[in-house]
Design a protein around this ligand. Structure first.
Ligand SMILES: Nc1ncnc2c1ncn2[C@@H]1O[C@H](COP(=O)(O)OP(=O)(O)O)[C@@H](O)[C@H]1O
Ligand SMILES: [Mg+2]
Length: 257
């Protein structure tokens, strides 16, 4: 992993203020952050602390009111399929089949029909949805819709995945299962992940690095490597004293900024 790598993400003094009809809202205080390619950065903090704002800035949906963001040395000025975004609510196109939702990105970038098919088949298999390829999104459960959304993002083969509380609306069992699936997909993929969550448990289980943000205006009050090997993230880890102790320490910082 290297910060000179093609897909390192570097934030330099990035701050964001919303200017609405009412008062201005300082959502994000000036933030410096360097993320090497291949890291899994889990970002946790109280509601309203600017997590989504931070993610949307990296995605290129928002332009920072101060500072700059660069990916691979190139300044971020717009969204790119190389930065795939997974939202909390799956925003699948209801009039397209599961397969066609996954094929959409490659189709828009001009990939031919046979190759699109192959890509969709591959990622639908990876997320366990092969049997639902021809189903409509509304025929899927919430967890399956999130899987489909992840497959749709992966179909663009993004170097960076930006996930905004993707499992927040799911029941606990489905959530645990999808955490394991996401981890398996990420592990060895070389992809960089920014993963936003309310759950300290989820952040520590998935992250190679965990960031805690303070209440508004959001500031990073903790930025630490997670002291567990990436290939040791199994259900058994969650119960170890080391995991519990680290989780509790991170939890103790939430809201204390
Ligand atoms: N479009 C917007 N206009 C004005 N204020 C906003 C807008 N989006 C978010 N905010 C405010 O910015 C702050 C951070 O929001 P957000 O990034 O969504 O936080 P989080 O994702 O951590 O819950 C909140 O106080 C929120 O009300
Ligand atoms: Mg949010």
């Amino acid at each position: 992993m290297s910060l000179d790598g093609d897909h390192a993400v570097v934030l330099h003094g990035v701050a964001h203020r919303y200017r609405g009809r009412g008062a201005e809202v300082q959502a994000l205080a000036p933030t410096d952050l360097s993320v090497a390619a291949g890291e899994f950065v889990a970002i946790v903090g109280p509601s309203g602390c600017g997590k989504t704002t931070l993610l949307q800035l990296v995605a290129g949906f928002l332009t920072p009111t101060e500072g700059t963001i660069a990916v691979g040395g190139e300044r971020v000025v717009a969204p790119s399929p190389d930065r795939g975004v997974v939202f909390q609510q799956a925003n699948l196109y209801p009039w397209l089949s599961v397969r066609k939702n996954v094929e959409l990105g490659p189709r828009l970038s001009g990939v031919g029909r046979a190759e699109r098919h192959r890509i969709a088949a591959r990622y639908l298999e990876l997320v366990g949805l092969s049997d639902f390829a021809e189903a409509a999104p509304y025929e899927l459960s919430g967890g399956m819709q999130q899987r489909c959304q992840i497959a749709r993002v992966l179909a663009n083969d993004p170097a960076i995945m930006l996930l905004d509380e993707p499992f927040g609306a799911l029941d606990a069992l489905t959530r645990d299962r999808l955490q394991d699936e996401l981890h398996r997909i990420w592990l060895g993929s070389g992809k960089t992940a920014f993963f936003i969550t309310h759950s300290v448990e989820e952040a520590v289980y998935l992250g190679t690095r965990v960031l805690v943000m303070s209440p508004r205006p959001g500031r990073v009050v903790l930025d630490e490597p997670v002291p567990f090997a990436a290939d040791q993230r199994t259900a058994a880890l969650r119960a170890t004293p080391q995991f519990v102790a680290f989780r509790e320490r991170v939890a103790g910082l939430i809201g204390s900024g």
